[in-house]
Design a protein around this ligand. Structure first.
Ligand code: C2O
Ligand code: CU
Length: 466
């Protein structure tokens, strides 16, 4: 078995090549529709060491083209499906028009092979977002169907050259180095921590190298595109501050103290970093005993004078009224080593053998996956709180579609939450988290675990705003 270390040293030996990040495409009305085509593409994660594998990419690149618009602008994408299976695109973290949310089977019909679909929506909030496939996501995202979606502030805070998008993914390859397709759908992964990979890439490359200039302020936009891996970072090691979390700006750039910055699947963090002359540095993933460098920054050129530390303008979002909020509770159960509760799937109570045949091994309030009726229905404009109780042996990255929420209460938490608004949060075993938001976006919205295997295996529900 080739180890990750061996892959990495092979990649290092290539040397020289400096990545310039993902190719950027605008998707603005003035420029018509940006065409995104999903298709199979032979690619190798480490060109000289690994054989080509049949990935699924948008426009034959990984990550897919970075889409950039300014806050308040309309995104226009003509999506063409050239895959052998139906798919759709979800615009993660955008408070979007429901019909454009891209959830196959809930907000639209999956786009059949050979068909196309036009997405057109306003991006109301500045920040770092991403887009990804939302039909059998555990399969389609694992094969590479995602890209960055950046919504610029009205008044740009950073020069464009000083904004660096870093899309992090962990891929699973087999002992020959091929993309491990045989393991997709393994119940072992579904019932445990999800499908973890064995290669970490940034913008589709090992140990990406990026040149930066001394004395300049940089904004590093980190996006965790992994199916299930929780990434840990320690911004303090490189003197970086956190500017934004899950797309939403902090009012003041913050350190995360002694705790690592956890980035669950689908989460984003924007870091503020100012390189010093002669001091190359590495961004490391620190969840393992030995910190693992994922990006190498080479500091080149003359020192320029440092501008004042930039601040981002937080997006204006409606404050939930906790006094009048409708209160709901979501009990998460199931999985390996979890508590067993009676579980219903497709209106039928699951019996012994059913778990294996249906793959439904997790549940929310005793229901696996989407039921006919919603978890809750509220009227547009009502405030809502949901107590999310993790009665399982695993962490989960809980994601709400169409809204941003606040964490208003957490019991027994050892994850520091310094920042109010988000679209995804990590829930650890035994923990209860109360989230609150104003249900002001009409339509049918998913609430699910973003460990994509967990969602497929039952951790998926929906609510309705009428
Ligand atoms: Cu990022 Cu329902 O997804
Ligand atoms: Cu989960």
């Amino acid at each position: 078995m080739i180890s990750r270390r061996q892959f990495v040293s092979a990649a290092l030996a290539l040397g020289g090549a400096y990545a310039i990040g993902p190719r950027i495409s605008q998707a603005k009305p003035s420029e018509g529709f940006l065409v995104l085509k999903a298709e199979e593409f032979d690619y190798s994660l480490a060109p000289q060491e690994l054989p080509n594998s049949p990935f699924w990419f948008y426009n034959r690149q990984t990550p897919g083209p970075e889409i950039r618009v300014r806050k308040g602008e309309t995104v226009k994408v003509r999506f063409i499906n050239q895959l052998p299976e139906p798919t759709s695109i979800h615009w993660h973290g955008i408070r979007i028009d429901n019909a454009m949310d891209g959830v196959s089977g809930l907000t639209q019909q999956a786009v059949a092979p050979g068909d196309s679909f036009d997405y057109e929506f306003v991006a109301p909030d500045a920040g770092t977002y991403w887009y990804h496939a939302h039909n059998k996501s555990w399969n389609e995202v694992a094969r590479g169907l995602y890209g960055a979606l950046i919504v610029d502030e009205l008044e740009p805070t950073f020069e464009r050259a000083n904004e660096i998008t870093l899309v992090v993914d962990d891929w699973r390859v087999d002992r020959e180095g091929n993309l491990d397709l045989a393991s997709l759908g393994a119940l072992m992964d579904w019932s445990h921590g999800g499908r973890l990979g064995n290669i970490l890439t940034v913008n589709g490359q090992f140990q990406t190298k990026i040149e930066v200039k001394p004395g300049q302020n940089y904004r590093l936009r980190l996006i965790n595109a992994s199916n299930a891996r929780i990434l840990h970072f320690d911004p303090a090691r490189i003197g970086a501050l956190v500017l934004a979390y899950d797309g939403q700006a902090l009012s003041v750039p913050a350190t995360f103290g002694d705790t690592p910055l956890f980035l669950g699947p689908a989460q984003r963090a924007d870091l503020l970093m100012t390189p010093s002359l002669g001091k190359d540095f590495e961004l490391e993933e620190v969840s393992t005993e030995r910190a693992f460098p994922i990006v190498q920054f080479a500091v080149v050129g003359e020192a320029t004078s440092n501008s004042a530390a930039p601040r981002l303008m937080p997006n204006r979002l409606p404050e939930p009224n906790l006094g009048t909020a409708r209160q709901f509770r979501l009990d998460m159960t199931g999985g390996a080593m979890g508590n067993f509760v009676e579980t219903t799937y497709n209106s039928k109570v699951l019996r012994d053998g059913d778990f294996r045949t249906t793959g439904q091994v997790w549940a929310f309030n005793g229901i696996a996956n989407l039921a006919k009726s919603p978890f809750f229905a509220v009227e547009r404009g009502e405030s809502v709180t949901v107590d999310i109780i993790n009665n399982t042996a695993f962490a989960h990255a809980m994601h709400v579609h169409g809204h941003h929420f606040k964490i208003v209460e957490r019991v027994d938490s050892d994850i520091d939450e310094g920042q109010p608004w988000r679209d995804t949060f990590l829930s650890v075993p035994g923990e209860t988290t109360r989230i609150a938001f104003v249900a002001d976006n009409p339509g049918k919205w998913l609430l699910h675990c973003h460990m994509l295997e967990h969602a497929a295996a039952g951790m998926n529900t929906w609510f309705e705003v009428t």
